[in-house]
Write a protein that binds this ligand. Structure first.
Ligand SMILES: C=CC1=C(C)c2cc3[nH]c(cc4nc(cc5[nH]c(cc1n2)c(C)c5CCC(=O)O)C(CCC(=O)O)=C4C)c(C)c3C=C
Ligand SMILES: [Fe+2]
Length: 389
């Protein structure tokens, strides 16, 4: 056999798939979740309406350039290069999306903005099982970046930091990934697994159901400022998983904790079914098959009342280093979108407080943000808010 040289090794080609950043809603919320995702939180320097507009125009411009892709401009070698070069001379779009959101602090610390804050936007407070690390929480501006490769995600983050250094200061960030699985034999997409080994996303509301999205995802309530229409509340939680402890827990107990079978993701009342099956809790009022404290039953008991609390989850698995006590530092970068933060994430999390899963998870960071409405070509993000000032 002839020896293969390194140059002959197959190269991963960044994909040419481009997702338009324009529209009624921002990309990166209902657009399919690609393999890589990052959430970065920034403090911003914005002292008046003009500075706010300047920041948003610059962000919009970079989002347009990065999501479209194309050749990188060449500059005089005596100057720092225009681009980091991470993706080579030509940027491939790679299904990149960049989703901008504003935190409560952005409004609260500026008296000219305070009256324009979305009605339900608030600073995240600690839940009973939380051990929030102050440096990894909150922020003025949230930037969710998703793409097919981690190189494209990091390239986009580095581009924003390089091009807008005077108005944005990075506070914290978490990077994650999820395997993207091919559709199964029956054509149904299978959901990827989280770091506890369970399929995650099975019961997510269907983004193709526009009536459902208008009800549970996009802001349009009469008590919300007019500019916020078509935006969405974003709950971000960095949730550590105690994976060593989990891996020593009996399979049956793991399944009872979630209320689903580990291998196929099916609800426990139909163990040989599929992850898309709907559990019938009415037949099991005492929780003999699916515990009353099972994660999925607490989160959504499938009664009409709980349909008021639906959220759209878009999580990524994250893996950092090793903790001081020698454990893997892994977990879930949980990101959820909803039309009403209180009816959505906060209500569901309050129902989950005290659940048996808590023995294996520890929320350590995150924050609440408001994902801006979409923008069109020729306009820029937050233009609706800026016009109303
Ligand atoms: C407050 C909201 C939620 C947090 C925080 C949360 C954390 C969390 N979840 C898993 C794993 C799974 N969650 C699953 C379902 C599920 N989770 C929530 C909400 C939160 N989860 C909801 C609303 C649902 C859907 C319930 C339903 O409608 O039936 C599942 C089952 C598969 C699925 O539907 O996705 C798993 C598995 C982890 C590991 C975790 C924190 C680390
Ligand atoms: Fe969950």
């Amino acid at each position: 056999a002839t020896e293969q040289s390194v140059t002959q090794a197959p190269l991963a080609q960044p994909s040419t798939e481009a997702i338009s950043p324009y529209g009624l809603h921002q990309a990166g919320i209902v657009t399919p979740r690609p393999a890589h995702g990052l959430f970065a939180s920034f403090a911003v320097l914005v002292r008046d309406k003009d500075e706010f507009e300047k920041l948003m125009r610059r962000l919009g411009e970079r989002i347009e350039v990065l999501t479209k892709g194309g050749p990188v401009p060449e500059l005089d070698p005596k100057l720092p290069p225009f681009d980091s070069g991470l993706l080579g001379p030509v940027i491939s779009p790679d299904a990149l999306t960049i989703t901008l959101s504003l935190g409560a602090s952005f409004f609260d610390s500026r008296d000219w903005l305070a009256a324009h804050k979305p009605a339900k936007l608030q600073r995240m407070t600690s839940f009973p099982n939380d051990a929030l690390v102050a440096e990894d929480c909150h922020g003025d501006l949230g930037v969710q970046i998703c793409a097919n490769s981690s190189d494209s995600v990091i390239h986009a983050l580095r581009d924003l930091i390089k091009n807008i250094p005077d108005q944005m200061v990075l506070k914290w960030k978490v990077e994650g990934s999820v395997p993207v699985l091919p559709a199964a034999a029956d054509g149904k997409a299978e959901n990827a697994r989280n770091f506890l080994g369970f399929r995650d996303g099975s019961a997510n509301p269907d983004p193709a159901d526009h009536a459902m999205m208008d009800r549970m995802l996009w802001v349009s309530a009469p008590d919300e400022p007019a500019w916020a229409k078509n935006g969405s509340y974003q709950a971000v939680r960095v949730i550590r998983n105690f994976v060593e402890r989990w891996d020593r827990t009996a399979l049956g107990e793991q399944e009872r904790i979630f209320g689903r079978m580990k291998m196929n993701g099916a609800p426990m009342d139909n163990p040989h079914g599929s992850e898309s099956d709907v559990p019938d809790y009415a037949k099991d009022p005492e929780g003999k098959v699916t515990r009353l404290t099972a994660h999925i039953r607490l989160a959504n008991d499938r009664t009409a009342a709980h349909q008021e609390n639906l959220i759209l989850r878009r999580p990524f698995n994250y893996s950092l280093g090793v903790t001081k006590s020698g454990q893997l530092d892994q977990g879930l970068l949980f990101i959820a979108y909803q039309a009403d933060l209180e009816a959505g994430f906060i209500t569901v999390q309050n129902r989950l407080n005290g659940e048996p899963l808590e023995e294996y998870i520890k929320p350590v960071g995150g924050g609440y943000f408001f994902a801006l409405p979409g923008f069109e070509a020729g306009s820029f993000p937050a233009s609706q808010l800026i016009a109303s000032l």
